[in-house]
Design a protein around this ligand. Structure first.
Ligand code: BES
Ligand code: MN
Ligand code: ZN
Length: 506
């Protein structure tokens, strides 16, 4: 990967290939386990019955992602066991293992372990799909291993700069299937980490030209084609909505275009478009200062697209993809665009600005129209678009909109497999009515009611007849709360989902 982060190296090993040595071995138990699982008996014997005693006493409740460190005596090569709770067996999903792996890795990092064996899934009877289990565990390990610590003093940073993770399975047949899934899962999660690294970087370090420079470097390291349109070129192209949003900042806007060709045919299969407002002050319609710092995350959609494109190349997906990242800094100033301005957008549609804080839909409208002109089979967009979606769905689902129920269904299913829940939301003609202007084609805000639905209806006007899905990640893109299985800050939401969708063959 193109950024400096803690390296998490994931491999799969069959337990019959010899004794495993590690700083930590992670085991897991379901809630209400009465008998020690067969898979752990050998280890129990080595540790003088420590595990069976733990089950007998019932001291470890095995609530999901609860972690307990044990110090076995008599186990050569293993100094610590981390027990991870899996919750109720009846509720097990891929996410159970993804999160448990993350919790185990974070527990191990806290102990400054450099090598970890994850022996989490040999106890499950539901082993029908070993490949996706391997994928989920690798994802959990890689994403659990990332923390944003760039500016922390050494004393408050994790000691471990590189971690060797071995997923333990029972035999060589299992190892083959698990490895396949784990390789894919690790690549997907590395794309997610890339998105998180970029999104966590503050506005003084990433503005549109600097984001473009980062994208160019990542592209060259990943084998992607990269084209950057600067403000002069955007003017020539008529990308007036992107330009309007960026005109109040000394950091001029850019449109970043990434291309990946994995298929022989000439056309574009999927265009993926991500909002990258490197800082959203609201502009002249300035935001309240409370929590304004979190608006550095307003570039999360664009960062997700960069992560998706890099991972798609690493996974060698058999598709032709275009990533488009419109980027601007939304600032108040003497040069800013104003409420009342009317913009002739790239599509030719005119937009009356009522609120300069509804800037995301403006930059997205130019990029969507640009992407639609490439006639892709599908357009996906990812944006921290509205506060309204946060009110509607909180931090537990992204909002999912679009004009094609089949595509929406596929993205929803992919989001479930990826452990990034998304919920289908309405949009369409009735909401669009709220967005019509007396002086132009559209206004850029339709008021408070149904704010995320009206925003989606606005975007729909720029995709033409393309099959299109829009993911509003405003509520899920960042968090101040660390979970047992992942750190705080940018989440990289939607990276795994879109890769999962692309991998499943449109
Ligand atoms: N970037 C914000 C949306 C947002 C809000 C993201 C909260 C993350 C957390 C977007 O540009 C915005 O300001 N939207 C306004 C639109 C309104 C003025 C119509 C909003 O949702 O309040
Ligand atoms: Mn805004
Ligand atoms: Zn914004």
């Amino acid at each position: 990967m193109a950024v400096k982060v803690r390296k998490i190296n994931v491999t799969v090993k069959s337990l019959d290939s010899g004794a495993l040595k590690a700083d930590v071995i992670a085991l897991s138990l379901f809630k209400d386990t009465k008998v020690l699982p067969k898979a752990y008996r050998a280890m129990d014997n080595l540790s003088g019955g420590m595990l069976s005693q733990l089950i007998q006493t019932g001291d470890f409740k095995a609530d999901a992602n609860k972690v307990q460190v044990l110090y076995p005596v008599g186990m050569k090569g293993v100094s610590r066991i981390i027990l991870v709770g899996l919750g109720a067996m009846a509720e097990v999903t891929a996410d159970t293992y993804r999160q448990a792996a993350g919790a185990a890795i974070r527990g191990a990092l806290e102990l400054s372990a450099g090598t970890v064996v994850l022996d989490l899934c040999r106890i499950s009877s539901a082993k029908s799909d070993l490949e996706s289990c391997g994928c989920a565990i690798a994802q959990g390990a890689v994403s659990g291993g990332y923390d944003y610590e760039d500016y922390l003093p050494a004393a408050r940073r994790g000691k471990v700069t590189s971690l060797k993770v071995t997923i333990a399975v029972s035999d060589a047949v299992e190892a083959r299937q698990f490895s396949k899934g784990a390789r894919v899962g690790a690549s997907m999660a590395e794309g997610q980490t890339l998105a998180r690294v970029l999104a966590n970087t503050p506005g003084n370090e990433i503005n549109p030209p600097l984001l473009a420079a980062r994208a160019r470097k990542i592209a060259s390291q990943s084998g992607l084609k990269c084209t950057i349109y600067n403000d002069k070129q955007l003017t020539q192209m008529g990308m007036n909505a992107i330009l309007a949003v960026g005109q109040g900042s000394i950091n001029k806007p850019r449109l970043i275009r990434l291309e990946y060709r994995g298929a022989k045919h000439a056309g574009v299969d999927v265009a993926i478009i991500g909002k990258a407002i490197t800082f959203d002050s609201g502009g002249i319609s300035i935001k309240p200062s409370q929590d304004m710092d979190t608006m550095k995350y307003d570039k999360s959609g664009g960062c997700a697209v960069i992560g998706i494109m890099a991972a798609a190349a690493q996974l060698k997906l058999p598709l032709n993809l275009v990533g488009l990242i419109p980027s601007a800094e939304n600032m108040p100033g003497g040069g800013s665009y104003r409420p009342g301005d009317i913009i002739r957008s790239y599509s030719g549609k005119t937009i009356e600005v009522l609120n300069t804080d509804a800037e995301g839909r403006l930059i997205m409208s130019d990029a969507l129209a640009f992407g639609a002109a490439m006639k892709p089979k599908a357009i996906l967009d990812i944006a921290t678009l509205t506060g309204a979606v946060v009110v509607a769905l909180g931090a537990h689902h992204a909002g999912l909109f679009g004009n094609d129920d089949r595509l929406i269904g596929k993205i929803k299913a992919a989001s479930e497999r990826a452990g990034e829940p998304m919920w289908p939301m309405p949009s369409g003609a009735a909401y669009l009515e709220q967005m019509t202007s007396k002086m132009a084609d559209l206004i850029n805000t339709g008021g408070r009611s149904g704010g995320c639905c009206t925003a989606a209806a606005f975007l729909k006007e720029f995709v033409g007849k393309s099959s299109w899905a829009h993911i509003d990640i405003a509520g899920v893109a960042d968090t101040t709360e660390a979970k047992p299985w992942r750190g705080r800050g940018a989440t990289g939401y939607a990276v795994r989902t879109v890769l999962e969708y692309l991998r499943s063959g449109l």
